[in-house]
Design a protein around this ligand. Structure first.
Ligand code: GLA
Length: 392
């Protein structure tokens, strides 16, 4: 052997013989909480989410053989594996379907992909309505980008992750979660126009206001029919508005509250209430963003509460546990507003509070909720985090 060989060359030789790439890559994808604008994204409407501190980390290393192998610290001992050269189909373990879907979606774009081994490390609870699935999708996509040295338009990546969720997890979600996970800015909430995907950022100054999340620990099952039912009811509304107001109505985004009210008998009771929620929520969301920008937290809080009421009565996606958390949180002095967040039927509430109210919220709401439902809710404060990134 050559006496002049360098350490780098020795390492490279080791990596070649043992088929290791020379470095581990580290990526992260945060969860998200939506401050207001619920069930509006699939109606071409407005949402106001921010990324949160709990997140999914992925440590990965390229493979030369076109195999993708993923493990998760949440499911010790389980490995999910597939080949970039075979048709990728949903399978077991189920949590890996998000990753399989992203692989298939990226392959379909024709971008040359490299396989990898990855370990997912979650500080984000799964199934809590904080976009753990979108975070897993985006973390997987970031692994592909990191090991392949690839670049892709971020909004296109969000669409691929959304497609993965539709096709591989059976959840017909809108575009909010994946966009928030990818495009959020630290210290800001993001007003996303789900029609043209334009984004405006509004500062959330931690000196003035804090975001508290309380998890009801009720697990929702959105892949079940309820989310899809709501989407169908909205589509029914749009079809009826079209017959009345013409083809200019492409989505509930294009309808105003007067039109909803004057169409009540045409829509029928259920569809009327669904449309009323979406149309009023779009307005609340734009107003809330504007007020947040002006640091007028009291009226933002009132809009959050109205949003909760609308989701509870008109859209019917809340539940007793979420209602109780909102009601008890609102009793604490220094709370501006609270509402259920995410798809509903369980999951979390989000509250906007004065910094001095944090302890009181966490100390008082938990015990009351536990007494009533015999479940311990988990509460935490979060600042607005940055969107997904490749760390190393
Ligand atoms: C889920 C979906 C989102 C959105 C919300 C409701 O989180 O993934 O696309 O529709 O529900 O606002």
């Amino acid at each position: 052997m050559d006496q002049q060989i360098t350490i780098d060359a020795v390492r490279a030789e080791f990596a070649r013989v043992f088929k290791l790439s020379d470095s581990l890559r580290v990526v992260r994808a945060p969860g998200r909480v939506n401050l207001i604008g619920e069930h509006t994204d699939y109606n071409d409407g407005f949402v106001l989410p921010m990324a949160i501190e709990p997140q999914v980390w992925a440590v990965c290393r390229a493979r030369e053989d076109g195999i993708v192998r993923i493990a998760s610290t949440l499911f010790p001992g389980q490995f999910a594996q597939w080949s970039l050269n075979d048709k990728i189909v949903p399978g077991n373990p189920k949590w890996a379907n998000y990753c399989r879907g992203v692989t298939a979606g990226l392959l379909a774009t024709g971008i040359p992909l490299s396989g990898f081994d990855a370990l997912l490390i979650n500080t984000l609870p799964m199934g809590g309505g904080l976009s753990s699935s979108a975070a897993i999708e985006v973390a997987t996509a970031c692994c592909f980008l990191a090991v392949g040295g690839l670049d892709i338009d971020m909004q296109r990546l969000a669409a691929i992750c959304q497609w993965a969720e539709h096709q591989y997890a059976g959840m017909p979600c809108g575009i909010m979660d994946q966009t928030a996970v990818i495009s959020s800015k630290a210290g800001h909430a993001m007003l996303l126009d789900c029609r043209d995907l334009s984004k405006d950022f509004f500062p959330i100054d931690a000196h003035d206001v804090r975001v508290v999340i309380i998890n009801s620990e009720v697990k929702h099952e959105l892949t079940g029919s309820k989310y899809a039912d709501r989407r169908r009811e909205c589509a029914e509304g749009v079809a009826k508005f079209k017959t009345r107001y013409g083809d200019g109505i492409r989505a509930l985004r294009d309808v105003n509250l007067d039109q909803v009210d004057e169409s009540k008998s045409m829509l029928g009771d259920v569809v009327y209430h669904r449309c009323r929620h979406v149309v009023s929520e779009n307005r609340r969301t734009q107003e809330a963003a504007d007020l947040l920008g002006k640091k007028q937290y009291d009226p933002v809080g009132r809009l959050m509460l109205q949003s909760h009421e609308s989701l509870r009565r008109d859209y019917q996606v809340s539940c007793e546990e979420l209602d109780c958390l909102v009601e008890e949180t609102m009793k604490v002095k220094g709370v501006y507003g609270a509402r259920m967040t995410g798809g509903g039927f369980g999951g979390c509430i989000v509250a906007l509070v004065q910094p001095r109210a944090i302890e009181a919220v966490i100390d008082t709401v938990g015990p009351i909720y536990k007494d009533r439902f015999n479940r311990v809710p988990t509460a935490f404060v979060t600042s607005a985090a940055a969107g997904a990134s490749i760390m190393e």
